[in-house]
Design a protein around this ligand. Structure first.
Ligand SMILES: [Zn+2]
Length: 142
C-alpha cells in the first residue's frame, strides 16, 4: 500500500482520540489491516531505484500536505507520532531490505507475505476510497 494511505490512517486515528494507547497500537494494527486490503504498489524490483525513490518522496510529501490542509494547517504531536507509527512497518521493511539486516529477515518475509497486491483498477480504487474515508475523518475532527 502506498505511504499516503498509511499516513492518512495515522492522522485519522490521532484526529479521533487523545488516548496514546489507541493512537500507537491503532496506527500499528491499521497498517497491517491496510496491507491485506487488495492494493496497487510500485514494485521496487521492477522500477529503477531513482523512480521508486522519487515516487516515495512525492507520495509522502503530497500526503503530508493534504493532511495539513485537511487539519486546517495545524498538526498535533499525536498526529505526528501516529503518522510515524503508521509508516514504521514499511520503514523497518525498507531498512531490512536495503541493508540486509539479519534480525529483520523473518519480519520482512512475513510483511511481504501478508500483502495483497492488485494491479488493476480495484487495487487503485481501494486506496482512493480509503484515502477519502480517512481524509474525511481528519477533516471533520480538526
Ligand atoms: Zn506495510
Amino acid at each position: 500500500m502506498v505511504s499516503s494511505v498509511h499516513l492518512m490512517s495515522g492522522a485519522a486515528i490521532a484526529s479521533s482520540t487523545d488516548n496514546w494507547l489507541i493512537i500507537v497500537f491503532g496506527s500499528l494494527i491499521l497498517h497491517f489491516v491496510l496491507d491485506i486490503v487488495p492494493h496497487w504498489n510500485p514494485d521496487p524490483k521492477k522500477w529503477p531505484v531513482w523512480k521508486y525513490a522519487a515516487s516515495a518522496v512525492v507520495d509522502v510529501a503530497l500526503a503530508v500536505l493534504i493532511i495539513l490542509w485537511l487539519a486546517g494547517w495545524k498538526i498535533s504531536w499525536q498526529m505526528v507520532v501516529a503518522m510515524l507509527v503508521s509508516e514504521l512497518p514499511d520503514i523497518l521493511a525498507l531498512i531490512g531490505y536495503v541493508f540486509k539486516v539479519k534480525v529483520l529477515e523473518s519480519y520482512n518475509k512475513w510483511h511481504a507475505n501478508i500483502q495483497v497486491h492488485s494491479f488493476n483498477f480495484f487495487g487503485f480504487a481501494s486506496q482512493v476510497v480509503a484515502l477519502i474515508i480517512m481524509g474525511y475523518i481528519v477533516y471533520v475532527n480538526n
